[in-house]
Ligand binder design. Structure first.
Ligand SMILES: [Cu+2]
Length: 319
C-alpha cells in the first residue's frame, strides 16, 4: 500500500478522513478521472460516497451500511406495499450519537433513494429531520412486495465530502420480481419522451445527453429542481452500486439552457448494465424517466443450460 505517496496528493483535509477509515481498499489515490477531493459541495448525487482507492477501482457508494464511522440505522422494520407509512431512520456518527447537523447538497440536507432490489419502484424523496437526528417521511413500497434498498446521500456538517450509505428493508408479501428492462434510448413518462444520447464507458467519465420532448416538441422551459434542470441517479444491475453522475452546468449560470437537453457526466466502474433514473421538473411536477444502459462490453451471458447441479466451483467462482 503506497498510502503516504497517495495522501500527498490530497492534503490535510483528506488525511483526517483517511485516518478515520476502516474500510479495506480505501487508502488510495483517485482513479484517473475521479473528481478532485472536496467536490462534495457541488457534485451530483452519484458522486457521494465513492471514495478514492489505491490501485483497484474505487468502492462505489451505497454498497455499505457503515463507512468512515457513520452508520445508517433504520428505525422502521419494514415498508408497506399497500399504503404510505412513516419511514424513520437516523445516521449515527463516529461518536455513536445521531448526526443532527448536515451540510446541504443540492439544496437538501439528505437525499433518500428507495428502490426494490430488482430496480423497480424507484423513488427519490427528501425526508424531514426531526428531534434527535431522526429522519421521517411517509413512504409506500412503490413496486409492491419485495426486498428494497434505501440509500441516504448526505454530508455531515464538518465533513469535507458527502457519502452514500445503503441498507435493505423488506416489504412483506409475495415478491414478483420483474426482469431488468432491455437497454433502450427512449423512455416515456406522463406524455413526455426522454431520449438518451451518449455511451457509458467503464472507468471513464463520459457525457450523457438527455433530451426531453412532449407531443413531439422539444421542452425548452424545464424548471430548476434542487438547483439543476435534472438529477440523474445510476444504479448498477446486480448489486445496486450508486454511481457518479455529475450535472453539467446549472440554471442561471449563463450557459445552461432550460432544455430540451440536459447534460451529465457519468462515470461507471465496470462493464455491464445500469439503470438510469432522470428526475426532471416541468409544469410544476417532478417526473422520473428510467433507462437501462450497458457500459462497454457486457459480461458473457450465463450458460442457457445452467442448473443447480452445476459444479460448485461455478457457484463460487470469481466473476
Ligand atoms: Cu434529492
Amino acid at each position: 500500500m503506497n498510502a503516504p505517496l497517495k495522501l500527498s496528493l490530497f492534503g490535510l483535509g483528506l488525511i483526517a478522513i483517511f485516518a478515520a477509515t476502516f474500510g479495506a481498499g480505501r487508502v488510495a489515490g483517485p482513479a484517473p478521472t475521479a473528481a478532485p477531493a472536496g467536490h462534495g459541495t457541488d457534485a451530483g448525487h452519484g458522486s457521494h460516497g465513492a471514495t478514492p482507492s489505491t490501485g483497484a477501482a474505487p468502492v462505489p457508494g451505497g454498497l455499505q451500511v457503515a463507512q468512515d464511522g457513520y452508520r445508517l440505522q433504520p428505525l422502521t422494520g419494514e415498508l408497506s406495499p399497500d399504503a404510505a407509512q412513516p419511514l424513520r431512520f437516523r445516521v449515527l456518527g463516529p461518536d455513536g450519537a445521531p448526526v443532527t447537523a448536515y451540510t446541504p447538497t443540492h439544496e437538501k440536507n439528505l437525499h433518500l433513494i428507495v428502490v426494490r432490489r430488482d430496480l423497480a419502484g424507484f423513488q427519490h424523496v427528501h425526508p424531514e429531520l426531526r428531534e434527535g437526528g431522526v429522519w421521517e417521511i411517509p413512504l409506500r413500497a412503490a413496486a409492491g412486495a419485495g426486498q428494497y434498498r434505501m440509500f441516504a446521500d448526505f454530508q455531515p456538517a464538518g465533513r469535507g465530502e458527502a457519502l452514500t450509505l445503503g441498507v435493505d428493508l423488506p416489504a412483506p408479501g409475495t415478491y414478483q420480481p420483474v426482469p431488468l428492462p432491455a437497454a433502450g434510448r427512449t423512455a416515456t413518462v406522463d406524455g413526455y419522451t426522454v431520449t438518451l444520447g451518449g455511451e457509458l464507458r467503464p472507468g471513464a467519465s463520459s457525457p450523457l445527453t438527455l433530451t426531453v420532448t412532449k407531443d413531439g416538441k422539444p421542452v425548452t422551459d424545464l424548471q430548476p429542481y434542487l438547483g439543476a434542470y435534472g438529477h440523474l441517479v445510476a444504479l448498477r444491475d446486480g448489486d445496486l452500486a450508486y454511481l457518479h453522475v455529475h450535472p453539467d452546468g446549472a440554471p442561471g449560470d449563463g450557459r445552461t439552457q432550460a432544455g430540451p437537453q440536459i447534460v451529465f457526466h457519468a462515470e461507471v466502474p465496470s462493464p455491464g448494465a445500469y439503470r438510469l433514473f432522470l428526475d426532471f421538473q416541468h409544469g410544476g411536477v417532478v417526473r422520473t424517466a428510467a433507462f437501462t444502459a450497458v457500459a462497454g462490453t457486457p459480461p458473457p451471458a450465463p450458460p442457457a443450460a445452467a442448473t443447480p447441479s452445476a459444479s460448485p466451483t461455478h457457484d463460487h467462482g470469481a466473476h
